[in-house]
Design a protein around this ligand. Structure first.
Ligand code: 5GP
Ligand code: MG
Length: 177
Protein backbone atom coordinates (compact mmCIF):
# COMPACT_ATOMS: atom_id res chain seq x y z
CA UNK A 1 0.00 0.00 0.00
CA UNK A 2 1.35 3.35 -1.05
CA UNK A 3 2.37 5.61 1.84
CA UNK A 4 4.39 8.57 0.57
CA UNK A 5 6.75 9.93 -2.03
CA UNK A 6 10.22 10.28 -0.50
CA UNK A 7 12.06 11.80 -3.47
CA UNK A 8 10.20 13.33 -6.37
CA UNK A 9 12.05 13.88 -9.65
CA UNK A 10 13.57 17.21 -8.53
CA UNK A 11 14.69 15.90 -5.13
CA UNK A 12 16.02 12.77 -6.83
CA UNK A 13 18.31 14.86 -9.06
CA UNK A 14 19.35 17.09 -6.15
CA UNK A 15 20.47 13.95 -4.31
CA UNK A 16 22.43 12.76 -7.37
CA UNK A 17 24.06 16.18 -7.70
CA UNK A 18 25.03 16.37 -4.03
CA UNK A 19 26.45 12.84 -4.01
CA UNK A 20 28.49 13.69 -7.14
CA UNK A 21 29.94 16.78 -5.46
CA UNK A 22 30.74 14.78 -2.32
CA UNK A 23 32.53 12.08 -4.32
CA UNK A 24 34.65 14.69 -6.10
CA UNK A 25 35.47 16.49 -2.85
CA UNK A 26 36.28 13.40 -0.81
CA UNK A 27 38.53 11.97 -3.55
CA UNK A 28 40.15 15.33 -4.41
CA UNK A 29 39.23 14.84 -8.05
CA UNK A 30 38.13 11.79 -9.95
CA UNK A 31 41.16 10.55 -11.94
CA UNK A 32 41.36 7.22 -10.13
CA UNK A 33 37.63 6.64 -9.65
CA UNK A 34 35.64 3.70 -10.99
CA UNK A 35 31.87 3.61 -10.42
CA UNK A 36 30.45 0.11 -9.97
CA UNK A 37 26.65 -0.09 -10.19
CA UNK A 38 24.95 -3.04 -8.55
CA UNK A 39 22.37 -4.58 -10.91
CA UNK A 40 19.71 -3.61 -11.49
CA UNK A 41 18.86 -0.09 -10.34
CA UNK A 42 22.36 0.67 -9.07
CA UNK A 43 23.47 0.77 -12.70
CA UNK A 44 21.33 3.66 -14.00
CA UNK A 45 22.01 5.52 -10.73
CA UNK A 46 25.77 5.03 -11.24
CA UNK A 47 25.37 6.34 -14.80
CA UNK A 48 23.56 9.47 -13.56
CA UNK A 49 26.33 10.14 -11.01
CA UNK A 50 28.97 9.60 -13.71
CA UNK A 51 27.20 12.04 -16.05
CA UNK A 52 27.09 14.69 -13.32
CA UNK A 53 30.73 14.15 -12.32
CA UNK A 54 31.81 14.33 -15.97
CA UNK A 55 29.89 17.56 -16.41
CA UNK A 56 31.42 19.11 -13.26
CA UNK A 57 34.99 17.90 -13.76
CA UNK A 58 35.22 17.60 -17.54
CA UNK A 59 36.32 14.01 -17.11
CA UNK A 60 35.23 10.63 -18.39
CA UNK A 61 34.70 8.43 -15.35
CA UNK A 62 34.62 4.70 -15.86
CA UNK A 63 31.35 2.94 -15.02
CA UNK A 64 30.93 -0.80 -14.72
CA UNK A 65 28.54 -3.21 -13.02
CA UNK A 66 28.22 -6.14 -10.68
CA UNK A 67 25.25 -8.49 -10.72
CA UNK A 68 24.50 -9.79 -7.23
CA UNK A 69 21.33 -11.75 -6.66
CA UNK A 70 19.83 -13.47 -3.69
CA UNK A 71 20.30 -17.19 -3.54
CA UNK A 72 18.04 -19.11 -1.20
CA UNK A 73 19.77 -21.97 0.49
CA UNK A 74 16.90 -24.29 1.45
CA UNK A 75 19.11 -27.06 2.75
CA UNK A 76 20.96 -25.21 5.44
CA UNK A 77 18.21 -22.68 6.20
CA UNK A 78 20.74 -19.90 6.37
CA UNK A 79 18.30 -17.68 4.57
CA UNK A 80 18.92 -15.57 1.51
CA UNK A 81 22.55 -15.34 0.57
CA UNK A 82 23.66 -12.73 -1.94
CA UNK A 83 25.74 -14.35 -4.67
CA UNK A 84 27.76 -12.71 -7.40
CA UNK A 85 26.20 -13.67 -10.74
CA UNK A 86 28.38 -11.67 -13.07
CA UNK A 87 31.32 -9.37 -12.63
CA UNK A 88 32.05 -6.91 -15.42
CA UNK A 89 35.27 -5.75 -13.77
CA UNK A 90 37.75 -7.08 -16.34
CA UNK A 91 40.46 -4.43 -15.99
CA UNK A 92 43.16 -3.66 -13.43
CA UNK A 93 41.71 -2.00 -10.32
CA UNK A 94 45.01 -1.73 -8.45
CA UNK A 95 45.17 1.69 -6.78
CA UNK A 96 41.66 2.66 -7.95
CA UNK A 97 39.04 4.26 -5.76
CA UNK A 98 36.00 2.05 -6.32
CA UNK A 99 32.62 3.64 -5.68
CA UNK A 100 29.92 0.98 -5.29
CA UNK A 101 26.49 2.35 -6.19
CA UNK A 102 23.17 0.80 -5.19
CA UNK A 103 19.59 1.98 -4.91
CA UNK A 104 18.89 0.84 -1.32
CA UNK A 105 21.01 -0.48 1.54
CA UNK A 106 19.22 -2.70 4.03
CA UNK A 107 21.04 -5.51 5.88
CA UNK A 108 24.36 -4.78 4.16
CA UNK A 109 24.73 -8.32 2.81
CA UNK A 110 24.63 -7.31 -0.85
CA UNK A 111 27.40 -4.77 -0.30
CA UNK A 112 29.45 -7.33 1.56
CA UNK A 113 29.16 -9.72 -1.41
CA UNK A 114 30.08 -6.88 -3.76
CA UNK A 115 33.18 -6.03 -1.71
CA UNK A 116 34.22 -9.70 -1.74
CA UNK A 117 33.84 -9.79 -5.54
CA UNK A 118 35.97 -6.68 -5.96
CA UNK A 119 38.68 -7.87 -3.60
CA UNK A 120 38.79 -11.15 -5.58
CA UNK A 121 39.70 -9.16 -8.69
CA UNK A 122 42.45 -6.95 -7.31
CA UNK A 123 43.70 -4.53 -4.73
CA UNK A 124 41.87 -1.19 -5.00
CA UNK A 125 43.06 1.80 -2.97
CA UNK A 126 39.60 2.24 -1.42
CA UNK A 127 36.10 0.89 -1.75
CA UNK A 128 33.41 3.49 -1.05
CA UNK A 129 29.64 3.14 -1.06
CA UNK A 130 26.95 5.42 -2.48
CA UNK A 131 23.25 4.60 -2.04
CA UNK A 132 20.13 6.52 -2.95
CA UNK A 133 18.33 5.31 0.20
CA UNK A 134 19.53 3.93 3.53
CA UNK A 135 16.50 2.22 5.05
CA UNK A 136 18.28 0.96 8.19
CA UNK A 137 18.23 -2.60 9.64
CA UNK A 138 21.92 -3.32 9.12
CA UNK A 139 23.09 -6.80 10.11
CA UNK A 140 26.77 -6.18 9.34
CA UNK A 141 29.18 -3.37 10.27
CA UNK A 142 28.74 -1.63 6.91
CA UNK A 143 27.73 1.97 6.21
CA UNK A 144 27.41 4.16 3.15
CA UNK A 145 29.81 7.04 2.49
CA UNK A 146 27.26 8.89 0.34
CA UNK A 147 23.52 8.74 1.06
CA UNK A 148 20.74 10.32 -0.97
CA UNK A 149 18.27 10.03 1.88
CA UNK A 150 18.12 8.24 5.21
CA UNK A 151 14.68 6.69 5.56
CA UNK A 152 14.10 4.89 8.85
CA UNK A 153 11.72 2.04 7.95
CA UNK A 154 9.97 -0.80 9.68
CA UNK A 155 10.58 -4.26 8.27
CA UNK A 156 7.00 -4.21 6.98
CA UNK A 157 7.75 -1.25 4.75
CA UNK A 158 9.52 -1.30 1.40
CA UNK A 159 11.14 1.43 -0.58
CA UNK A 160 10.14 1.61 -4.22
CA UNK A 161 12.89 3.10 -6.37
CA UNK A 162 12.13 3.99 -9.94
CA UNK A 163 14.89 5.10 -12.30
CA UNK A 164 14.64 6.01 -15.97
CA UNK A 165 16.22 3.39 -18.18
CA UNK A 166 14.44 0.68 -16.21
CA UNK A 167 11.31 2.59 -15.19
CA UNK A 168 9.33 5.41 -16.76
CA UNK A 169 10.35 8.06 -14.23
CA UNK A 170 12.81 8.94 -11.44
CA UNK A 171 11.05 8.68 -8.09
CA UNK A 172 11.44 7.09 -4.66
CA UNK A 173 8.42 6.20 -2.54
CA UNK A 174 7.55 4.12 0.50
CA UNK A 175 4.98 1.33 0.67
CA UNK A 176 3.69 -0.85 3.48
CA UNK A 177 3.21 -4.53 2.78
P1 5GP B 1 20.72 -5.81 1.67
O1 5GP B 1 21.61 -6.76 0.94
O2 5GP B 1 21.45 -4.63 2.21
O3 5GP B 1 19.86 -6.50 2.70
O4 5GP B 1 19.66 -5.27 0.63
C1 5GP B 1 20.07 -4.39 -0.36
C2 5GP B 1 19.74 -4.91 -1.71
O5 5GP B 1 18.40 -5.36 -1.75
C3 5GP B 1 19.88 -3.80 -2.72
O6 5GP B 1 20.49 -4.28 -3.90
C4 5GP B 1 18.45 -3.34 -2.96
O7 5GP B 1 18.22 -3.19 -4.35
C5 5GP B 1 17.58 -4.43 -2.38
N1 5GP B 1 16.65 -3.90 -1.36
C6 5GP B 1 16.57 -4.19 -0.05
N2 5GP B 1 15.56 -3.56 0.53
C7 5GP B 1 14.97 -2.83 -0.42
C8 5GP B 1 13.84 -1.94 -0.46
O8 5GP B 1 13.12 -1.66 0.53
N3 5GP B 1 13.56 -1.37 -1.66
C9 5GP B 1 14.30 -1.64 -2.78
N4 5GP B 1 13.96 -0.99 -3.91
N5 5GP B 1 15.35 -2.46 -2.79
C10 5GP B 1 15.68 -3.06 -1.62
MG1 MG C 1 19.33 -4.52 -5.74
Amino acid sequence: KFKAIILDEKAFFRAITRISHEIIEKNKGVESIVLVGIVSRGVPIANLIAEKINELENENVKVTSLNISLYRDDLTEIGDVPLVKSNEINFDITGKNIILVDDVIFTGRTVRAAMDAIIDVGRPKTIQLAVLVDRGHRELPIRADYVGKNVPTSRKEIIKVRVKGIDSLNEVSIYSV
